[in-house]
Design a protein around this ligand. Structure first.
Ligand SMILES: Nc1ncnc2c1ncn2[C@@H]1O[C@H](COP(=O)(O)OP(=O)(O)OP(=O)(O)O)[C@@H](O)[C@H]1O
Ligand SMILES: [Mg+2]
Length: 398
């Protein structure tokens, strides 16, 4: 399997093999700086492709093999989601057959997105049989009318096409485009959290992917155009620093609660010179922006209408989730307990892709491995493959 996460600040390319027990062995990882991507959207094809080519080259060298068709992760660009229902008449109401289930899954893939938008995912949530909902395995049950609720994610067609074009410009062929948020959710949540309801917030450099899962499957997906770059920009503006120095200060000394700063401690603004600032003052700048970013996530949560169903709390991931004090701030702004998570569940991952910034890349590999790319053209094919994560319950086809 080959995955490429085209982020705002970095590209991650990863190659992996499936072990005999279905586990993933990462064989190659390449990371390169990303230019040409703004808030998760390609704005300079040539520059973005260069980053992809460099990352892939590094991963290939480590893996000792050339990249085949890749799963490409996408983040930004007015992603929208909705939960749609399709219905079919069961052929023999005495017993729903595998064929009926397959027809319902196929009908769900026919959903037409609005003009200038493309369908990125159509993830089955649950079946409804003669009005009884929450059914995961309808085959074998008696019933006449079979409905399927599907989580549908769309993005502007241009954004999608430009991401694919970037990968192609870098010499790759794209098998699937997957939303980074869904991939990250796969990599950082437990099945218990997914069942109890959980919000995954992948805070990157340019955008924040928000995915809410309830009853084991995604129910709301959005991308909020805020990220760690905004905090860097505020530090640079507030303390009259270069972006590079502001970025280093944020990563090394930044925290988003003045209370976490040591009283009286100062931070050197410019090594070698004598300008300093109180750690608490730096924390104030960081906290103000972090709070504003989380407020936008809170607005998104309200918009989802799912806030009351999240017994699993919030899982923060992505590079900027490492900001000190973020879980406490999230608890206050989102009124939910939060934890910061690194990707789990694939062998070797700690060494190669263990940081929160790599959650999406690991999730892309996991979804590819499970043959569960939730892209519309593959939903029906998923069932006969290994099942895991938020697609755990999908009915098996023969
Ligand atoms: N220790 C740290 N403390 C605070 N911020 C950090 C830390 N490490 C990384 N970051 C920030 O994380 C961000 C990068 O995160 P990530 O690599 O997940 O983004 P990306 O995938 O390139 O971008 P996006 O997902 O927005 O397209 C940068 O803003 C960086 O400053
Ligand atoms: Mg990212």
């Amino acid at each position: 399997m080959f995955a490429v996460d085209l982020g705002t600040s970095k590209v991650v390319a990863a190659a992996a093999e499936l072990g005999s027990g279905g586990e993933i062995h990462v064989t190659g990882v390449g990371v390169a700086g990303s230019t040409g991507v703004r808030r998760g959207v390609v704005v300079d094809l040539g520059a973005a492709a260069e980053g992809v080519a460099t990352a892939v080259e590094r991963a290939q060298r480590m893996a000792g093999c050339a990249f085949g068709r890749v799963v490409l992760g996408l983040s930004g660009g007015s992603v929208a989601s909705a939960n749609e229902r399709v219905a079919i008449d069961v052929a023999d109401p005495d017993e729903v057959s595998e064929q009926d289930v397959a027809r319902a899954l196929a009908a769900a893939r026919e959903v037409l997105p609005g003009e200038a938008r493309a369908l990125v995912h159509a993830v089955p949530r649950h079946f409804i049989l003669d009005g009884v909902d929450g059914i995961r395995q309808p085959a074998g049950l008696a019933g006449a009318r079979l409905e399927l609720e599907t989580h549908v994610v769309t993005a502007p067609s241009g954004v999608l096409r430009n991401a694919v074009r970037t990968a192609e410009r870098a010499g790759l062929s794209v098998a699937e485009v997957t939303l980074n948020g869904l991939a990250a959710a796969e990599a950082v949540t437990t099945s218990e959290e997914r069942e109890r309801g959980v919000m995954v917030v992948d805070v990157g450099a340019g955008c924040t992917d928000v995915v809410i899962l309830t009853d084991g499957a995604p129910v709301f997906t959005a991308v909020v155009p805020v990220g760690g770059d905004l905090i860097r920009n505020d530090i640079a503006a507030g303390l009259h620093l270069s972006l590079e120095r502001a970025e280093a200060l944020k990563v090394e000394q930044g925290c988003c609660a003045a209370g976490l700063a040591e009283p009286g401690r100062v931070v050197e603004l410019d090594p070698g010179r004598t300008r300093t600032v109180a750690e608490a003052e730096l924390a104030e700048i960081v906290a103000a922006r972090a709070e504003e970013m989380l407020s936008q996530v809170a607005d998104t949560l309200r918009r989802s209408g799912a806030a009351r169903d999240l017994g699993g709390g919030v899982v923060l991931t992505g590079g900027a989730s490492r900001l000190r004090g973020l879980p406490a701030l999230a608890l206050r702004v989102l009124s939910m307990p939060g934890r910061v998570a690194s990707p789990r569940g694939c062998a070797d991952v700690d060494d190669l892709l263990g940081a929160p910034a790599c959650a999406a890349a690991v999730g892309l590999l996991q979804l590819a491995a499970a043959g569960l790319q939730p892209a519309p053209q593959q939903v029906a094919a998923t069932a006969s493959r290994r099942r895991r994560g938020w697609m755990d319950w999908l009915p098996r086809r023969r």
